[in-house]
Design a protein around this ligand. Structure first.
Ligand SMILES: Nc1ncnc2c1ncn2[C@@H]1O[C@H](COP(=O)(O)OP(=O)(O)OP(=O)(O)O)[C@@H](O)[C@H]1O
Ligand SMILES: Cc1ncc(CO)c(N)n1
Length: 505
């Protein structure tokens, strides 16, 4: 077989849309956790443009279904035609259908329109146990299965579609999945939501070679929550959306399952209803609370602080027994470091989003140079020191300069912060210990320890923490990860800096 260059038989890149247009054909849940309401949230959460043709109206909440109203089927057809006569549909998700007349109408429409991706969630019974499909319609539903690319039954639905008893365990559920896939000629998602135990696996099953293997299982933990209202709806519409983008069921499930896990884990925060509540579709867009990011950074810093306190340099600086060449090395390297640090503070000023922050960093940059000159004037002039940049000083300054080259204000601040925060913390600790020991005047490093109690520096540190925290609130997930990385590296260099005299003096 030859393929012409202009129209490849097997295109290497499948056509995919950045914002897939996804239609949910399903029932309405006015409490917002299941049905079309869940579908639209789920589609939007995955970057799709959501549309909805309503098959049935339910009166339900998190406790149960009070009533079901199925409007005339002609009106459903009018909704479907209104959409397909105007809009290209990239994927369809089918949920609650109600009765056989609705199923027949949807089948006729599907046969005419032939959407590229069809996910069928064979909704029969709500989480609360109430029926959402007439028993007499079960046969009609079976006839719809071959028109779907993916079927997503839960364990009772899987059994019903096969006319078998419900699978007692996961391996028999997978066998049932294989039988249904073979029968319908499409892919079945076997869902572990109804299993007992601490695991909640899902598996894609296709026996015709479409997948990497006949059964592609994706493991997952079970979340201890009663908030599972609408998990099936949310999962199937998310899969339809992501599939329109990836064209790969396994990749789609690998993207959607961790999202659903987080949505279940964050469900308590919604505080919706007294029964089986909804999942949090937009958990990933929750804004950070003020102070939360700084607190998380501090958790990263605490092991480093412990390491600092256990260093010989710090213990002997505190007791006064520190060898003088070590102290001299430390001071000389500090002067070199401050010169580089000053440049990075100036860069923070250049990137600052407000004038207040710009001024703060510009002043900090200037003060840093003043401290550097003071070190030379008052401390280094009379001591024997080398002006060669040590390896830790070089690496630390290079790390700061690289962070500032990222161009992200948030990342620069995260890299800058440990020098304030850890130094303020260690300085406070050393000064307090010195004062507690009666501030002995014959302590070899008394003059130096006294410099550590500086309220202006403590105040500047508080401001630096707050600016970093605010920058994180407005940052993207990726930028926040880079902030943590930059902060953690700087913390490590702080420790290494105090330990450098032992190694290099
Ligand atoms: N407690 C849980 N912890 C983790 N994942 C879960 C939990 N409950 C359900 N899931 C996941 O949710 C999805 C839906 O599974 P489930 O078997 O509950 O479907 P369903 O019964 O059709 O859902 P619905 O509750 O909407 O009727 C699956 O991916 C399943 O693994
Ligand atoms: C409308 C509707 N569709 C599906 C379900 C299944 O969760 C539900 N409870 N309500």
């Amino acid at each position: 077989m030859t393929a012409s260059l202009s129209s490849p038989v097997y295109p290497l890149v499948t056509s995919s849309r950045a914002t897939p247009r996804v239609l949910s054909i399903a029932g309405s849940d006015p409490s917002g956790g299941a049905g079309i309401q869940a579908d639209l949230k789920s589609i939007a959460a995955h970057g799709g443009y959501g549309m909805a043709a309503i098959t049935a109206l339910t009166a339900q909440n998190t406790m149960g279904v009070h009533a079901v109203h199925v409007p005339p089927v002609e009106f459903l057809r009018q909704q479907l035609d209104a959409i397909s006569s105007d809009i290209d549909i990239d994927a369809v998700k089918i949920g609650m259908l109600g009765d056989a007349a609705v199923i027949d109408e949807v089948r006729r429409w599907l046969e005419e329109v032939r959407p590229a991706v069809v996910v069928l969630d064979p909704v029969m019974v709500a989480t609360s146990g109430d029926r959402l499909l007439r028993e007499s319609a079960e046969k009609a539903l079976r006839s719809l299965l071959p028109l779907a690319d993916l079927i997503t039954p839960n364990l009772p639905e899987l059994a019903m579609l096969l006319g078998e008893p419900e699978a007692p365990d996961w391996s028999s559920a997978l066998d049932q999945g294989k039988r249904l896939a073979a029968e319908c000629g499409n892919t079945v998602l076997v869902k572990g939501g109804h299993l007992a135990g601490s695991e909640c696996p899902d598996a894609l099953v296709n026996t015709s070679g479409l997948l990497r293997r006949d059964v592609v299982e994706i493991a997952g933990p079970r979340v201890e929550t009663q908030n599972s209202h609408g998990t099936g709806c949310s999962l199937s519409s998310a899969l339809a959306t992501v599939q329109a983008r990836t064209g790969d069921w396994e990749a789609s499930l690998r993207e959607v399952k961790p999202w659903l896990l987080q949505a279940l884990m964050s469900s308590d925060a919604l505080e919706v209803g007294q029964g089986s509540g909804p999942v949090h579709h937009f958990h990933h867009q929750q804004g950070l609370k003020p102070g939360a990011f700084a607190a998380a950074l501090w958790n990263h810093a605490t092991p480093e602080l412990e390491a600092i306190y256990s260093l010989r340099f710090i213990q002997e600086l505190q007791s006064g027994s520190l060898p003088e060449p070590w102290f001299n090395y430390y001071l000389a390297q500090d002067a070199i470091y401050l010169n580089g640090y000053s440049r990075v503070l100036a860069r923070a000023g250049a990137l600052a989003p407000t004038e207040e922050e710009q001024l703060f960093w510009a002043k900090a940059s200037q003060q840093c140079l003043e401290v550097e000159s003071e070190l030379h004037r008052n401390w280094l002039g009379s001591r024997e020191t080398s002006t060669v940049t040590g390896p830790v000083t070089k690496s630390y300054v290079d790390h700061l300069l690289a962070s500032s080259a990222s161009g992200s204000y948030a990342v620069v601040l995260a890299a800058i912060l440990p020098c304030y925060w850890l130094y303020a913390e260690v300085g406070q600790q050393l000064h307090t210990a010195y004062v507690d020991a009666g501030a002995p005047a014959d302590h070899a490093y008394a003059d130096w320890l006294r410099t550590y109690s500086d309220e202006d520096f403590a105040e500047a540190t508080r401001k630096a923490i707050n600016f970093t925290d605010s920058a994180a609130v407005g940052a993207s997930d990726g930028e926040r990860d880079a902030m943590v990385e930059a902060f953690v590296q700087s913390c490590r260099y702080e420790t290494a800096f105090f330990d450098a005299p032992r190694l290099f003096a």
